[in-house]
Write a protein that binds this ligand. Structure first.
Ligand SMILES: Cc1cc2nc3c(=O)[nH]c(=O)nc-3n(C[C@H](O)[C@H](O)[C@H](O)COP(=O)(O)OP(=O)(O)OC[C@H]3O[C@@H](n4cnc5c(N)ncnc54)[C@H](O)[C@@H]3O)c2cc1C
Length: 499
């Protein structure tokens, strides 16, 4: 008798979602997490009374969370307290212009009339177009497995209305934004968000342009920190018998006669199960934990052809004053062309970031209990950072980067910041690799070019190893909190269908 029905490798959002769903459906499920905390990139750690989010700073498009919880008979409000974040962003453009976008589409129109009047007429049309796209795509693209090309074809046959959104599938993120908006101000408000897909505006797929509207359907922060989302899935799973063990690193997936048979931990312990769900990077899974000898030749080539997604250094600050910020998120942005130029001339060349742009996250604006009384937490998500640095390495650059970023954001966004920092921590690409075992510090699993999306991304159901399923950022639908949860549901549903 195997020890478990299902073993999940990794307690990220994808792993915990599929683990909870499998338990709810009567499967004896074990989740193995190498770290001390659950949640992976969507987690929260404590230091000296300050609670810092590891990576993800808000959640939006929460339909996948609602659906996964509903599958288990749970309403989201019963298991997590999602605090609305409104305004969505406080923008600081290159020339220093500063304004906020509220959640309301109508109120946003009023802001645009002041800061980018020539685009005020286009904005409601863009919002309506993306609203319609999201209504169809949430289930058709996001919630459906894309294992083979037939699944993609079926998506268009089942949802012919998607054809109307052809330019989103064929054009780049930048093409879509430039098509809709002509002013520099509007283009700058959307420039940084292409990196939520792990790519600069001219490389990210056009479908990601929905982000410019999706945030107007609501942005939330879970009371207690981002870890409250994975913890909610853990709690619901545990009600149905799911076991979660932290501090357990899986080093091998056991394969017998073309089928998974269990896993081996780094201390040599063998745990058996006929089903394994992997929530770790798909390249690590196939190349390190399984081994090339089990892979058909073409698959070997295919897996090696992926690139780990981009990484980004993040600075965590505990401060003893209330920063002069206007929103949970402040976006210090640049023209799209400069983001593209940064990507080609700095990121791709492995150079230490030579300029600053990025996101200031202020979680204590939403939940003051995350810092000691009178204190605040400010997290800085900086410019994308290449894993390999020309002529230096991340460990040598940490202190200087913390100092530079504090100085930059003091001048650009938060007067007085530099005088009020009580503690400062940083995660560099190297730290993400060490702490979460993400190769090259990849924050979205695999790079999300069109050629690595939908059925071109590693399949949620392995095509050559029976009983092996994938969830998380490196399978469809990709990176991000809602996508990881959606992938967890897809893996659990595929198990129901095939096992
Ligand atoms: C800086 C940053 C900012 C972000 N901002 C946002 C945001 O605001 N909103 C949003 O929606 N998304 C955001 N994201 C992306 C989002 O957090 C992730 O895409 C999502 O959480 C990934 O979930 P996952 O299921 O792929 O699991 P992961 O988070 O990748 O977790 C995988 C888990 O597997 C564990 N593991 C790895 N190897 C092993 C092994 N061998 N054995 C056992 N366990 C193992 C790891 O320790 C980890 O806990 C951000 C990410 C980062 C890093």
């Amino acid at each position: 008798m195997p020890d478990y029905d299902v073993i999940v490798i990794g307690a990220g959002l994808g792993g915990l979602t599929s683990g909870a769903l499998c338990s709810h459906r009567g499967r004896k499920t074990l989740v193995l997490e190498q770290g001390d905390l659950v949640g992976g990139c969507c987690s929260t750690f404590e230091k000296d009374g300050y609670h810092f989010d590891v990576g993800a700073s808000v959640v939006e498009v929460i339909g996948s969370i609602v659906n996964a919880m509903a599958d288990m008979g749970v309403e989201v409000g019963e298991v997590m307290d999602l605090i609305p974040c409104d305004p969505i962003y406080d923008y600081i453009l290159k020339d220093g212009t500063r304004f906020q976008f509220p959640v309301s589409v109508e109120e946003t129109t009023e802001v645009i009339k002041k800061v980018a009047p020539q685009d005020a007429a286009a904005w409601p049309g863009f919002a309506a177009y993306m609203k319609e796209f999201i209504a169809i795509a949430t289930d058709a693209v996001f919630g459906s497995p894309m294992v083979t090309f037939a699944d993609v074809a079926r998506m268009f046959v089942k949802h012919p209305a998607l054809l109307k959104f052809g330019p989103l599938f064929t054009g780049s993120y930048q093409d879509v934004i430039f098509h809709w908006f002509k002013t520099e101000a509007m283009r700058q408000t959307a420039a940084y968000q292409s990196f939520y897909a792990g790519l600069p505006p001219e490389l990210a797929g056009g479908t990601y342009a929905l982000l410019g509207y999706s945030e107007h359907e609501g942005v939330w922060y879970p009371r207690g920190g981002m870890i409250k989302i994975p913890e909610a899935f853990q709690r619901v799973g545990e009600r149905h018998g799911m076991e979660v063990r932290t501090g357990c690193r899986v080093v091998q997936v056991i394969i017998r006669e073309g089928r998974v048979a269990g896993v081996i931990l780094d201390d040599g312990t063998e745990i058996t199960a006929p089903l394994v769900i992997s929530n770790i990077n798909a390249m690590t899974l196939y190349l390190d934990l399984i081994g090339e000898q089990y892979m058909p030749r073409l698959t070997r080539v295919g897996i090696k052809s992926y690139r780990p997604s981009m990484s980004v250094p993040m600075v965590y600050l505990g401060v003893d004053y209330e920063p002069e910020l206007e929103a949970h998120h402040t976006l210090v942005t640049l023209p799209m062309e400069e983001m593209d130029e940064y990507w080609w001339n700095v990121y791709e060349k492995g150079r230490l970031p030579d300029r600053m742009f990025g996101l200031v996250c202020w979680p204590t604006e939403s939940d003051p209990a995350l810092a000691p009384e009178g204190h605040h937490v400010v997290n800085l998500i900086l410019t994308p950072g290449p894993y390999r640095l020309e002529g230096t390495d991340w460990d040598s650059e940490k202190e200087a980067l913390i100092d530079r970023s504090i100085q930059f954001f003091t001048e650009k966004a938060m007067p007085g910041l530099a005088d009020h920092v009580k503690i400062a921590e940083i995660s560099t690409p190297l730290d993400y690799e060490r702490k979460l075992l993400h190769p090259e510090g990849a924050i979205y699993g695999l790079s999300e070019e069109t050629t690595a999306s939908l059925c071109f991304r590693p399949s949620a159901r392995s095509k050559f190893i029976e009983g092996l399923y994938l969830t998380g950022a490196s399978t469809h639908p990709g990176g991000g909190v809602p996508a990881a949860v959606a992938s967890g549901r897809i893996a659990a549903d595929l198990i129901d269908r095939y096992e």
